[in-house]
Structure formats: structure tokens, C-alpha cells
Design a protein around this ligand. Structure first.
Ligand code: UDH
Length: 286
């Protein structure tokens, strides 16, 4: 059969069978490992990743090519815990993925929306990804039946957080971990670039999906479970006082504020053992 030929014959050049969802490797809910390992120790654990943090299943053909985009600044311990849990889960699910950590340089308030856009643009220059999963660094998935796939509509991966007793605060929530195909993200003109500081940009994204006639899908309550690494507010990410005003104009801005207008400088691209590190600077006055 095709599978055993492909495994045993080094000259085999036929196509691998498609990866299927119901893999024996999946166990459902699991207890995450909260140990903070160094990046070096982690890289020894995951030697099968290619430089830049890419992985391709070798016994089947993944259904899509996925870029995991992690907006980041100064949270190394969270990143290491995420890598320790997320990489094995993605491998068990037979995902063809690359991990991108998009990092905003100081000074200036954090801008998560603009990091989404910059991550999407820069990752697209480096590979032909057709699925993008935007993933906060402090959210650890705890059920491996929560497939890191794109769907026919943008999808919110979180149905419950430990912080809210494994529920959500409100039904239109669309932050933390969300997936878009390449087309879906372009169709909504990406995320807003105007939210500096904490809050609002995820609600703006939620409205942008709705405004363009797309649906927001959500994982089943027993599947989309995450443990958030509890933390305080970052000093460079204080609540944005203009967020409520901005949210009133989402529809009017959507065509001109987004992927099409994202302005940033790419400072460096580093192919590290477990991820591609993209450093950018944002000029708040531009
Ligand atoms: N992020 C960083 N560094 C920062 C700010 C944000 O990496 O300095 C990224 C990171 O991926 C994070 C995401 O942006 O997961 C979202 O930011 P957040 O974790 O601050 O947002 P969240 O709503 O946190 O999860 C709420 C702050 C809790 C304060 C509780 C006070 N009682």
C-alpha cells in the first residue's frame, strides 16, 4: 500500500495519503506541563523541527500549510511554556506548521492588531501559507481534539478559559486564539492598526468579520479549552482609554485601516531552532 511503500522505499516518489483527523495519537483533554525550560533544552526536545520552527508530517500529506503567529513582547517564560505544550500537540494532529514570534520593540505601547497584520505580511513573504492562526503567548491548549485547522469561516478556538471557570465572558468574544485562511484575512482587510495599549482590538476584529458577511465559528465547549498563564498587566500595555470610541467607527474605517495600511519597520528576521523571530518597530505618530 501507498503508506508502507512511502515509509520503506527511499526512492518512492508517489503522493502520501492525506492526514486524517481521527488519529490514535490523540487523547482528548490533558494536563499541561507548566515547567519553564530554557530555549536550549526545548530545542533538544524537538530536534525534528527545521530551523525557523517548521514541521511537516512524514507519513501523510497535511491538508494545509499553517503559520502560527504569536504577538510578543518580553514574555520569555510564557513563550517557553507554550512551546513545550503546543509543539507536541501540533505534531500529534499532523499539522504542517511554522511558528512565527512577532515581537514589537520598545519604546511605545503594545499594538497587538498591527502585530497580527505584520506577522501575516512577513510570514506570507517567507512561505505559501494558506492558514493563519493568531495565538496569544499565554494561552495553553488543554485538549488535543482542538484541531489547529482553518475552516470555511474564521474560527475562535477558545470556548472556555480556566480564568473564567472554563467559560467565556461574553458570546462575541473573538480574541486569544483565532484562525483565518489567507482569503478570509484579506477579505476583512486584517486587523485594525489603531489600537495602542490593552483592549478593544479583538472586539474590532470580531466586528470586521461580521461586517464582511463572514460567520464567527467557535470550537465545541468541551474541546476549546485553554489554561491561561496567570499574569498581571504589562507596564507597556496599559488599558487604551480610546478603545470604546474607536469601536464605534469600525465599519467606516475597515476599508482603509488594516492590512492595506499597516506601517512598521522590520528590524530583523531570525531563524531560531524552534521559531522564526520577527522583530518590528512601530512609529506611533505615523
Ligand atoms: N503581549 C506580550 N507582551 C506584552 C503585552 C502583550 O507578549 O507586553 C501579547 C501576548 O501574546 C499576550 C497578548 O499580547 O498574550 C495579549 O495581552 P495580555 O495577555 O496582556 O491580555 P490579557 O487580556 O491580559 O490576556 C489581561 C491582563 C490581566 C490583568 C489582570 C489584573 N488583575
Amino acid at each position: 500500500n501507498v503508506l508502507s511503500d512511502s515509509l520503506n522505499d527511499p526512492t518512492f516518489s508517489g503522493e502520501l495519503p492525506p492526514c486524517v483527523n481521527h488519529s490514535l495519537k490523540l487523547g482528548g483533554r490533558f494536563k499541561p506541563l507548566m515547567t519553564e525550560l530554557t530555549l536550549e533544552a526545548l530545542s533538544y526536545l524537538f530536534l525534528e523541527l527545521r530551523p525557523g520552527g517548521s514541521y511537516t508530517p512524514d507519513t501523510c500529506m497535511a491538508r494545509e500549510k499553517t503559520a502560527i503567529i504569536i504577538p510578543f513582547r518580553d514574555r520569555p517564560s510564557h513563550l517557553h511554556v507554550l512551546l513545550l505544550n503546543l509543539i507536541p500537540l501540533l505534531k500529534r494532529q499532523n499539522i504542517d506548521f511554522t511558528l512565527f514570534v512577532i515581537e514589537q520593540e520598545l519604546p511605545g505601547p503594545f499594538n497587538r492588531g498591527l502585530l497580527h497584520n505584520a506577522g501575516f505580511i512577513e510570514a506570507s513573504k517567507l512561505g505559501d501559507y494558506n492558514c493563519f492562526i493568531f495565538h496569544d503567548v499565554d494561552l495553553i491548549p488543554i485538549n488535543d481534539l482542538n484541531f489547529y485547522h482553518c475552516n470555511d469561516n474564521p474560527t475562535h478556538f477558545i470556548s472556555g478559559l480556566n480564568k473564567f471557570k472554563y467559560k467565556l465572558l461574553y458570546p462575541t468574544m473573538f480574541g486569544g486564539v483565532v484562525s483565518f485562511t489567507d482569503d478570509q484575512f484579506r477579505q476583512i482587510n486584517g486587523a485594525s492598526n489603531l489600537y495602542f495599549g490593552w483592549g478593544g482590538e479583538d472586539d474590532d476584529l470580531s466586528k470586521r468579520v461580521e461586517n464582511r458577511g463572514l460567520k464567527r465559528l467557535r470550537k465545541y465547549p468541551s474541546i476549546g479549552l485553554y489554561d491561561m498563564i496567570l499574569h498581571g498587566r504589562d507596564s507597556t500595555n496599559i488599558p487604551n482609554p480610546t478603545r470604546f470610541e474607536l469601536l464605534k467607527t469600525t465599519r467606516e474605517r475597515q476599508g482603509v485601516d488594516g492590512l492595506s495600511s499597516a506601517k512598521y519597520s522590520l528590524l530583523s528576521t531570525d531563524s531560531l531552532p524552534l521559531y522564526t523571530r520577527l522583530r518590528i518597530s512601530i512609529n506611533m505618530t505615523e
